[in-house]
Design a protein around this ligand. Structure first.
Ligand code: 5GP
Length: 238
């Protein structure tokens, strides 16, 4: 696909976003920069941008094939992908199968506790507020999404969890939890946007329980690059 990369629209913690010659398309450029705890911890994870670009595209393509609409258009380099332009719904949608991270802390559940059923959480995307957790009432009262959009987002999130969990299990990866974001296209459709990568998911080795995700960076567990490469290797064979 021939679109020209134009001016930078936005630079986030892990990605840069560029306008293109097509007003409906953007180019995302993944960086190696890593942050945690709302930007308090900063570092670099060598080749993270490449892994996240390729892993996210691979998983989104798989999800598309199973009927989940995503922003993915085309990977154009190791770090760059053409995506559909959307307005991001300002919610972090979190799905959990096993207790870990902030859920363990908040509810006093040891990490690794299997939840009796899937947990769906929403956080309001606002760095200044530290992305506070909100429920359906807050979302509707603040008009962050319409009731129809919220229903669709919830249905997609749970379907994505089922598809991803099953798929990753074949690569001996247990999907503990993950965060996704959705966007609205110019014609009002809700599609999966942002990324699905070791930055945004907890991946544990199914047999050893070894952490293969950003928690290695957050918690100074070492071999961060190795864990990211391992995920890319298991999924894409690279
Ligand atoms: P927790 O709430 O336990 O910190 O995170 C739950 C899941 O969502 C984890 O897989 C975590 O990686 C992801 N997650 C939650 N908030 C963020 C965020 O602001 N940035 C990223 N990259 N992942 C997040």
């Amino acid at each position: 696909m021939k679109v020209q990369k134009l001016n930078q629209l936005y630079e986030g913690k892990a990605k840069k976003v560029f306008e293109t010659s097509d007003p409906e398309l953007l180019i995302v450029d993944y960086k190696d920069d890593a942050t945690a705890f709302n930007g308090l911890k900063k570092g670099t994870i060598e080749s993270k941008g490449i892994v996240n670009n390729k892993v996210s595209n691979f998983l989104m393509k798989m999800l598309e094939e199973k009927g989940i609409p995503t922003h993915l258009v085309e990977e154009i380099s190791d770090r760059e992908t053409i995506v559909k332009r959307v307005t991001i719904v300002p919610l972090e949608v979190i799905v959990r199968n096993i207790a870990a991270g902030s859920l363990s802390k908040r509810l006093g559940l040891p990490e690794g506790t299997k939840m009796k059923r899937t947990v769906l959480e929403f956080c309001y995307k606002d760095d200044a507020l530290g992305d506070p957790m909100v429920n359906e009432y807050h979302i509707l009262a603040m008009d962050l999404a319409t009731p129809e959009e919220l229903q669709r987002i919830s249905d997609y999130a749970l379907a994505i969890n089922r598809i991803l969990s099953e798929f990753l299990a074949q690569a001996k990866i247990e999907l503990i939890d993950f965060k996704i974001e959705f966007g609205r296209t110019s014609d009002g459709a809700i599609i999966l946007a942002d990324e699905i990568s070791p930055d945004t998911c907890r991946f544990w080795d199914s047999e050893t329980g070894e952490k293969l995700d950003k928690d290695r960076f957050r918690r100074d567990l070492g071999n961060v690059e190795g864990a990211y490469r391992e995920i890319m290797h298991r999924l894409l064979g690279l």
